[in-house]
Design a protein around this ligand. Sequence first.
Ligand code: HEM
Length: 221
Amino acid sequence: MPASTFRFQGWSLFSLLAALVLLMTALTLALHPDLTEGVRSAIRATARSSFALFLLAFTASAFAVLVPSPLSRSLVRERRFIGLAFAFSHLVHAVLIYSYGQLNPEFWPGRTTVGNIPGSVGYVFILLLALTSFKSTARLIGGKAWKRLHVSGMWVLVAIFAYSNFKRIPMSAWYVLPFGLTCAAIAIRLVGKLAQANARRRSSSPSGRAAAPLVATDHSN
Ligand code: HEM
C-alpha cells in the first residue's frame, strides 16, 4: 500500500480533526463575553469547518484525476475519515443550534417550517452517509445502494451549502466567497468525472489498451 502524505491517517486523522473542531468551538465561546452571541458565532464557525471538510471530501477524487500527486491520492484514501469529521463538525453545529434555541426563546418561533426544510434534509443525509461509512453497514445495504446513496447525498449537501451561502449574500458580500467556492468545487468534480470517463474509454478501446488509468482505483461518490 502506498504511503500516505498525511502524518495522521484513519481514525487518528479523524480524532485530530474532531479535536480541532472542539477547540475552535471552545475558543469561539470563550472569546465572546455574551454566551448567547458566542453560541451563535460558534454555529457559524462549525458551519464553516463543516464546509471546508465537505469540500475536501467532495473534490478528492476529481483532484486525484486532474492533478495526480501523493497529496491528492492521500486525500482520496482518507476521504472516509474526512467525511466522518465533516459529520462530527455538523453534529457540533446541531448541538449548538439546540443550545441557542434554549438560550434564545425567540429562535425557533422566528423560523418557518419551510425555512427548516433544507437543513433538516441535510441532516437526514449526513446521518445516512455517516452510518453507512463503515464496512458492516455498507455491506448491509449493498454496493449499488451504497453508491447511489453516497452520490446523491453528496449532491444534496453541496446544493444545501450553495443555497445556505447564496441566501446570505444580501446580508454580507463576503458570502460570495463560499458561494463561489461551492460553484468551483462543483465544476472541479464534474470535470474530474469527465476526465475519468474519458480515461476509462481510452483504456478499454483496443488502440488504447496500453494507456494507464488516471487513478488506479476510484469507487468515488
Ligand atoms: C434544521 C437544521 C439547521 C438549522 C436550524 C441551522 C441553523 C443555522 C443557524 C442559526 C446559523 C447561523 C446563522 C447566522 O447567525 O447568520 C447557521 C449557519 C449556517 N449553516 Fe446551518 N442549520 C441547519 C443545518 C445546516 C446544514 C445541514 C447545513 C449544510 C449542509 C448548514 C449550513 C450552514 C451554513 C453554510 C451557515 C452559514 C455559516 C456562515 O455564516 O458562514 N446548516 N445555520
